[in-house]
Design a protein around this ligand. Structure first.
Ligand SMILES: [Zn+2]
Length: 462
């Protein structure tokens, strides 16, 4: 497989540290509000990456942190008059509900920052002992002039670094590459922890340095996030972890691009955002949202609009309609030798595309070409039940990567619709047209359209 590594600035052949095993860390949610779908773009890209690695035969050990103490969570708790724990517990619960709704596979560990405070203080202590960190008025800072590689991920030139100046807040612009906070001293309105380096709380960046290497060791294979994490967050993680351990932190850095709305980044601070819950309330199928977020290459900007959402719905419906027709229209007995050939070719195209830096557009093109080719055979009644089984199992394999066709949803729905169609057929045979029409209307309200064809009744989603 090849991935574009932000660190080297080019596509590289991926080589895992352990044979056929990948250790993956992805920056998780800061739990102070519902995540918006711009946040989910990153989580879905990471899910695609993980599923593609598994598809290619790797075992993946995945860790995603939960930032449950930082500037934002504290601010939110104070503004609500709640405890930090009350706020973060609420949004952690919402986060897990949302990732399940989007069929995002779970990580192996979700470490919470507040459960690793001692390890964070210990890392700061070592950084100070080694001369990379210093104390000022009870807080601790990282001295960026001491770490030779500072700026290598975000491509900042040495003369652009504002050495000797300090910055307190967790997030800041690239032009402000200052000494950053490792540990923030106890303040009146903030939660704090007692530690060997004095009372206070960790900075955001040290959280990820500690939690990633605790569960994955150092170096580990892949670290992901959104492009807005490159600076300062990931740059600072590298500075801390490499200074601490005296060795490389991460081999491959993968970053996904923003989701934009009318050309500007979707974010809470811009106020131009939709949460997953907003969209579902408007009646959007979560799998359509997943499809939209997964189907644009992760390094390209994705502009969100209800138009692009509708296009995704149409694409997903084409797949669903195809699979349904396949069941309805396959004929008994026989095997079409062409089918095996088409399946094999598509399987090759699909995996080669994914191996090339997750080229999802090419992979999806292979799938839709496949549908077109099989449809041609279907229309000539040249697909047999055995072929149909082969086709369905190929789709299952592709959907292990795409995750847009969860089984339970379809089979339950199908069973209930089939039952209604049978009742309607019986009613029509008995010339009870009033009942037949009533059932048709009921299905229509459920979003199901019936078509009476010469081969019998077919149904599809509105
Ligand atoms: Zn992080």
């Amino acid at each position: 497989m090849k991935f574009f590594n932000t660190l080297s600035g080019k596509k590289e052949i991926f080589r895992s540290i352990r044979p056929k095993k990948v250790y993956l860390y992805t920056c998780g949610p800061t739990v102070y509000d519902y995540a918006h779908i711009g946040n989910f773009r990153a989580y879905i890209f990471e899910d695609l990456l993980k599923r593609a690695l598994v598809f290619m035969g790797y075992k993946v050990k995945h860790v995603m942190n939960i930032t449950d103490v930082d500037d934002k969570t504290i601010k939110k708790a104070n503004s609500e008059g709640s405890s930090l724990r009350e706020v973060t517990d609420k949004y952690i619960k919402a986060f897990f509900e949302d990732i399940d709704t989007l069929n995002i596979s779970r990580a192996d560990h979700y470490p919470r920052a507040t459960e690793h405070i001692k390890e964070m203080a210990d890392m700061v202590k070592v950084l100070v002992q080694k001369g990379y960190g210093y104390q000022k008025n009870g807080s601790y800072y990282f001295d960026i002039s001491k770490f030779k590689g500072y700026g290598k991920l975000a491509k900042i030139k040495k003369n652009e670094l504002r050495t000797g100046e300090r910055i307190e807040s967790d997030e800041y612009e690239k032009k402000n590459a200052h000494d950053f906070a490792l540990w923030k001293k106890k303040k009146p309105d903030e939660p704090y922890w007692e530690s060997d380096i004095g009372p206070g709380r960790p900075g955001w960046h040290i959280e990820c340095s500690v939690m990633s290497t605790k569960y994955l060791g150092q170096p580990f294979d892949i670290h992901c996030g959104g492009v807005d994490n490159i600076f300062p967050h990931h740059e600072n993680e590298i500075a801390q972890s490499e200074s601490f351990a005296g060795k490389k932190f991460v081999n491959y850095w993968l970053h996904c691009h923003h989701l934009t709305v009318n050309g500007s980044k979707m974010s809470k601070s811009e106020g131009n955002y939709y949460t997953l819950r907003d969209l579902i309330k408007k009646g959007t199928d979560p799998m359509v949202i997943r499809y939209l977020l997964i189907s644009t290459h992760y390094r390209r900007m994705l502009n969100f609009s209800f138009e692009t959402l509708a296009q995704s719905e149409a694409s997903l419906d084409r797949i669903r309609d195809f699979l349904r027709e396949l069941k309805d229209r396959s004929v008994e007995q026989g095997i079409n030798p062409l089918v095996e050939k088409i399946v094999d070719q598509t399987m090759t195209d699909f995996s080669e595309s994914l191996s090339d830096d997750l080229n999802i557009s090419k992979a999806m093109k292979a799938v839709f070409d496949f549908i077109r080719n099989i449809n041609k055979l279907l229309s000539k009644n040249q697909i047999y039940t055995e072929d149909s089984k082969r086709i369905v199992s190929a789709f299952k394999k592709w959907d292990e990567v795409l995750g847009v066709l969860p089984e339970s949803e379809d089979t339950e729905l199908e069973a209930s619709i089939k039952e209604k169609i049978d009742r309607r057929n019986r009613a029509r045979k008995e010339k009870n047209y009033a009942l037949a029409d009533k059932i048709r209307d009921e299905l229509c309200e459920q979003g199901i359209i019936l078509e009476d064809t010469k081969d019998g009744v077919r149904w599809k989603k509105k």
